[in-house]
Design a protein around this ligand. Structure first.
Ligand code: GDP
Length: 408
């Protein structure tokens, strides 16, 4: 189906986002809610009746777990968010690895009752190896026995020494209705799908102030500019706090933690705001590295540089063979001839699609930082580098980066 051309985006307004989770933590539900809120789907899928839009492969529906990564594009607040689904099942570690390569940032979803589970830990370590900046979403706060502080303690003990909790839940378990945003010091309360913003409730005012202070002190310990301001004024302005949270997220020194209940659609808009505010755009990450004729090259996320992209998934669909590509540098256009450096052959790009859940939008080109599906390539496999034939490049194989880190 051809949809209207999506609005143009610059590299800085793109977020290539992965959602990492243990099976059952709520990754599919979070994805669904994001797609719903951003208007990519107008009908809510429900996991239990098999109608979710990201899991459109029948085998996935049958098995009830996300087996194949799917990249889905949506727009939020002037930003394009490309959601790269990463399998949470341990049997699909290779596929997780491949999707981690093309992400710039990720949301790690935890179950508020179970906390950190073994698979959350293994996916977390994989993301560490790839240097993927992350924020955390403690989901299922509506469940009996859910407790944000306990879940955060398990994150601190097992994954990250510096969790930075930016919300205070309003109500517990079945009575969980919203959050106090500790950055803006405003309350967000949900009634059905409607979110009302207002002052912090009186009975939570002291606790919210106390937690804001803890947040400021923790951030000041990790971030030089925040420390300077904190020492000079004994508090952090909202602007400094936000900038410092972004800084420590990109540097990996701190982990921003949000919470909610994706199932009840509570906390997903603030999560999207945090994705845009704290996680990197393609231009925030280092230039991709590759080799040609034994020489290392770096290619910036620059639309006018020679084209280079990585195939991270190939899918046979009713539309044809879809070759999912992360464009790292340059621009790819419909009709271009590209070189597959692994197979050492050229192929012609028939169409370029932006995949939106179960629909496709055809676009004329895709620039550095974008994730699109190409139609018309017959041979390219997952892991292949596609590039401008006049500027050949093989993108660094993931095993190299992983091996270097594990040896170090
Ligand atoms: P995934 O395996 O990580 O993709 O998890 P799913 O999104 O499939 O969710 C697993 C189960 O937890 C499903 O039955 C969901 O309906 C349920 N679930 C997801 N989010 C929440 C939540 O916020 N609260 C509650 N109570 N259940 C949830």
């Amino acid at each position: 189906m051809n949809l209207p051309q999506p609005s143009a985006t610059s590299t800085t307004t793109v977020r290539n986002l992965g959602i990492l989770a243990h099976v059952d933590a709520g990754k599919t539900t979070v994805t669904e809610r994001i797609l719903y809120l951003t208007g990519a789907t107008h009908k809510r899928g429900e996991v239990h009746d098999g109608t979710t839009v990201t899991d459109f492969d029948p085998q996935e529906r049958d098995r009830g777990i996300t087996i194949f990564a799917a990249a889905v594009s949506c727009e939020w607040d002037g930003h394009r968010i490309n959601l790269i689904d990463t399998p949470g099942h341990v049997d699909f570690a290779d596929e997780v690895e491949r999707s981690l390569r093309v992400l710039d940032g990720a949301v790690a979803v935890f179950d508020a009752v179970a906390g950190v589970e073994p698979q959350s830990e293994s996916v977390w370590r994989q993301a560490d190896r790839h240097g993927v900046p992350r924020i955390a979403f403690v989901n299922k706060l509506d469940r009996a026995g859910a407790d944000l502080d306990t879940a955060v303690a398990s994150i601190r003990d097992r994954l990250h020494p510096a969790p930075l909790v930016v919300q205070l839940p309003i109500g517990r378990e079945d009575g969980f209705t919203g959050v106090v945003d500790l950055v803006t010091m405003r309350a967000l309360v949900w009634d059905g799908d409607t979110c009302a913003e207002g002052p912090v409730p009186d009975d939570l005012a002291d606790e919210a102030r106390r937690r804001r202070r803890v947040l400021e002190e923790s951030v000041a310990e990790l971030h030089a500019a925040a420390l300077d301001e904190y020492c000079a004024r004994s508090f952090l302005s909202e602007g400094t706090l936000t900038a410092a949270l972004r800084g420590v997220t990109l540097g990996g020194e701190g982990l921003v933690v949000l919470c909610g209940s994706a199932y009840r659609n509570r906390g997903v808009e603030p999560l999207l705001r945090a994705v845009v505010a704290y996680l990197p755009s393609p231009s925030d990450v280092p230039p991709v590295r590759g080799t040609h004729a034994g020489e290392e090259q770096r290619r910036p996320a620059e639309p006018r540089a020679p084209f280079a992209g990585l195939v991270f998934k190939v899918n046979s669909t009713a539309t044809g063979r879809l070759t999912y590509v992360r464009v790292y540098s340059g621009t790819i256009r419909k009709g271009d001839t590209v070189l597959d450096t692994g197979a050492r052959r050229t192929e012609r790009v028939g169409r370029i699609l932006r995949v939106q859940a179960d629909r496709h939008a055809e676009v004329g080109r895709a620039a550095a930082g974008e994730i699109v599906a190409l139609v018309g390539l017959r041979n390219a496999r997952a892991g292949a580098t596609l590039c401008d034939p006049s500027a050949p490049l093989v993108l660094e194989p993931p095993a190299v980066a992983a091996a270097v880190v594990s040896v170090a």
